[in-house]
Design a protein. Sequence first.
Length: 398
Amino acid sequence: MNSTQKLAERGAKVVMNTYSRFNIAFDHGEGMYVWDMDGKKYIDFVAGIAVNSLGHANKKLCEKIAEQSVKLMHVSNLYYTEPQITLAEKLCENSCFDKVFFCNSGAETIEAALKIARKYAAMKNKKGRDIIAMEKSFHGRTYGAVTATGQDKYHKGLEPLMPCIKHVPFNDFDALKNSVDENTCAILLEPIQGEGGIIPAKKDYIQKVRELCTQNDIILLFDEVQCGVGRTGTLFAYQTYGVEPDGACFAKGLAGGIPIGAFMAKDKLAEAFKPGDHASTFGGNPFATAAGNVVIDELLNGGLLNNVKKQGEALNKKLNDIKQKHSIVSDVRGVGLIQGIELTVPAKDIIANCIENGLLLVGAGENVIRFVPALIVSDKEINEAMDILDNAINRAEK
Ligand SMILES: Cc1ncc(COP(=O)(O)O)c(C=O)c1O
């Protein structure tokens, strides 16, 4: 048994069995590559599921967190710290939002969004507290977030779920409009559904949803946990669509691998939270927000957004070339560096074959393979990954 298998065996004994893990144990990474405990090299098109936005062991990020860790790692949100305020300023100055609430994960940003939407309804003496979310959506695993998630498989055995959250088909404006009534206080959607199968919202759909919300004083919330922070080629995914929500959720790639979440809102909505209404011990500590500042600087000033646009097109073209060659690839979808291919067969075996041949990939539902590499990915790395994928699909077709 080699070192990676030995570690996997130790892990299976002591780590709770909530993931179907691969028998691989990673040791270190650099840029787009990671190495397992026995020195096998993999090209990483998972990036910790859209987290390692600057790749592995990014010099600027590592230096900044080393510097910040010896300066000040954590105090309480009872006080201000310079990295947190600077990050909040950058996020607000470069978006339509006025205020940030910092937390530590995507699910926590959803909790903030659900709570503030109901607080807003209470503040405005509105009748309803209902929240409408989308079928096939994914919002996380805390009780509110999992209730908002529109996939039954994540609900099994957890009932009773949170009351007054209902689901409608995504990208179907009439279905949404028909389910809105005087009890609706908020609508929550992912501009690009990630876990549900890389399904981008249609532009006219998003525009109509915005109009519907404005007309009825309904809070529009975007979950950009997976598709935000540069991944679509703009800093925030709503900017790619040209439609402003009232509040939005960011996490994953925001600090390049250090846990962080940011729920952002326009003042109209942010005002609904008063001191004591919501909190997080670790949220926005100087360590995590120092890392966030590096990522945002790279996106805005380091040319990273241009790289996402360029390489997003290159990846999409390569995936379409693969689709032309293989009848089991039925669709290519995505924006920027969040792309997916739909297959007529389960994705599992092809992903396993790619991993065997040194390419890390992750699925999105049964039949979709998702591509969410670090935002630094180059032509060479896309070509290398696509060759491995092409061969794996060839094998699956035989
Ligand atoms: C769109 C979306 N929202 C929320 C979450 C939950 O984020 P976390 O796992 O950080 O709680 C995820 C995680 O995959 C996600 O993709």
